[in-house]
Design a binder for this molecule. Structure first.
Ligand SMILES: [Zn+2]
Length: 468
């Protein structure tokens, strides 16, 4: 009997060690809420940012759990936190990120206090709840859970909580990449940039960002004679500029696709109503007679999709004139241009000049904090397959690889060849228009989706990092 018991113990130990250790989720959820609320309660609105207290809090939690962490600053109080959980080094590290700063607030517009982290009706309200203290909290919980369960790792898991993502990336990701890259260097990174889309409370799909457009700025400068406005001039610079701006805005820049956007529209078609599905398939056609009507529809009704398939142009600023009775001699407009990753910038500028076709208007690049490179995450890579599998496990839905029209901190890491995935929690599609979205005055997250997001993060990291 005793021998049998011993044999049984030995047998079950073998089975247990073959299985990864299982986290105690109810306990983790309780702690998640605690750290999440604490992080939201630090006012890290940027400007002025002031991420240090939040970074110090994270450091203290990590230190207390035996995970070495350090705080790195380019400017006083603009703290980045970096922590590392060691693996056996068989594989290159994995980096999880979240930024600590938030956009600023207009306090009187908030129903709940912006830094209160108030729980109400299943939500937590506050600035940063979905941008980006959710990702920062999830990354923290992943490291704590791996450490406490003593999960053997084939690779280091690195946690970076950055400063300055909201408009001051030189203090955050740029500084970290320029001056601390060896401490970040990884095969993979997980960061904000995606989400799980819910409609009527039901999960529809998960959007995982695998690449992004590249921001540029173009200036149009029109010149002409100045003079008394009582004597109209044919070569009035303001009139030339207005026409040039209008031509640029109305130019239907040729459509381009890449691996991400092609798969995105194919998979979106698979889960859409028949008429939407037809458009998403038509847009992929090489025949302009087929893609044209779909493009028309998107330009009118789905502007984000229209931007995903081309280099886009939005006129945003015009500087012209100073008095009603003076014709100015030089006036200027600025265009926000989001370059498709496969577009050649010089060819694009040449084409834009042809569209404007006015010798009185100079078309030139304007200074902009241009992000580097055009790296993208490959869909045939192990990491993407794991992300997809865990989306299926935790959300029972399909993954749409997405190219974001906006820029993120991942651009700096992809430029170094890192495979980066932009992820995010489940959000109700109805929330944005109702004013509960990111950067809104009632930013909020569903508590249950915060917990599921932590679990999803853990599943992805554990699957990619645990020892085999
Ligand atoms: Zn963000």
């Amino acid at each position: 009997m005793r021998r049998l018991t011993l044999a049984l113990i030995a047998f079950s130990t073998v089975i247990l060690s073959a299985q990864p250790p299982q986290p105690d989720w109810p306990k983790i959820e309780k702690e998640t809420l605690e750290h999440f609320q604490t992080l939201v309660r630090f006012n890290t609105a940027d400007p002025p940012g002031g991420e240090r207290p939040a970074a110090e809090y994270l450091k203290q939690v990590l230190d207390a759990n035996g995970i070495p962490a350090q705080i790195l600053e380019l400017e006083d109080r603009r703290s980045n936190l970096l922590a590392r959980l060691k693996g056996n080094g068989k594989k290159r590290p994995l980096l999880v990120m979240g930024h600590l700063d938030t956009v600023s607030i207009d306090e009187k517009k908030w129903t709940f206090p912006p830094f209160g982290a108030t729980r109400d009706g299943g939500y937590v309200y506050g600035r940063g709840t979905i941008d980006d203290k959710d990702n920062a909290t999830a990354a923290l919980m992943v490291l704590l859970t791996l450490k406490r369960l003593n999960v053997p790792l084939d690779r280091d898991v690195i946690f970076l909580a950055e400063a300055g993502e909201e408009g001051n990336s030189r203090l955050g990701i740029q500084f970290m990449v320029d001056q601390h890259y060896p401490e970040l260097d990884a095969e993979y990174c997980l960061a904000e940039g995606g989400n799980v889309m819910r409609e009527n409370g039901k999960v529809k799909f998960a959007s995982v960002q695998t690449l992004e457009k590249i921001p540029h700025a173009v200036e149009l400068v029109a010149r002409g004679p100045s003079g008394h406005a009582s004597v109209p001039l044919r070569n009035n610079a303001v009139a030339h500029l207005a026409e040039a701006v209008s031509k640029a805005a109305q130019w239907r820049v040729p459509i381009r696709f890449n691996e991400t956007t092609r798969v995105y529209f194919q998979r979106l078609a698979d889960i859409s109503s028949p008429e939407d599905a037809k458009r998403y398939r038509d847009i992929l056609s090489n025949d302009p007679k087929v893609s044209g009507p779909a493009d028309d529809y998107m330009l009118d009704r789905e502007p984000r999709h229209a931007s995903m398939i081309r280099t886009s142009i939005s006129p945003t600023m015009i500087q012209a004139g100073y008095r009603v009775n003076v014709i100015p001699s030089e006036v200027k407009a600025t265009l926000d241009v989001r370059m498709h990753p496969s577009e050649n910038p010089e060819d694009f500028l040449a084409a834009l000049k042809k569209v404007i076709n006015d010798p009185a208007v100079e078309v030139r690049w304007a200074a902009r904090d241009v992000r580097p490179g055009t790296g993208s995450a490959r869909l045939d890579y192990e990491g993407f397959k794991v992300v997809e599998a865990m989306v299926k496990k935790d959300y029972e839905t399909v993954t749409l690889p997405t190219m974001s029209t906006g820029a993120t901190d991942m651009a700096y890491l992809r430029a170094k060849g890192m495979q980066c995935y932009g992820i995010g929690p489940g959000l109700d599609v109805e929330d944005g228009p109702k004013g509960f979205g990111a950067h809104s005055d009632q930013e909020r997250i569903l508590e249950s989706e915060l917990y599921r997001f932590v679990r999803f993060n853990y599943d992805v990291v554990a699957e990619l990092a645990r020892a085999r």
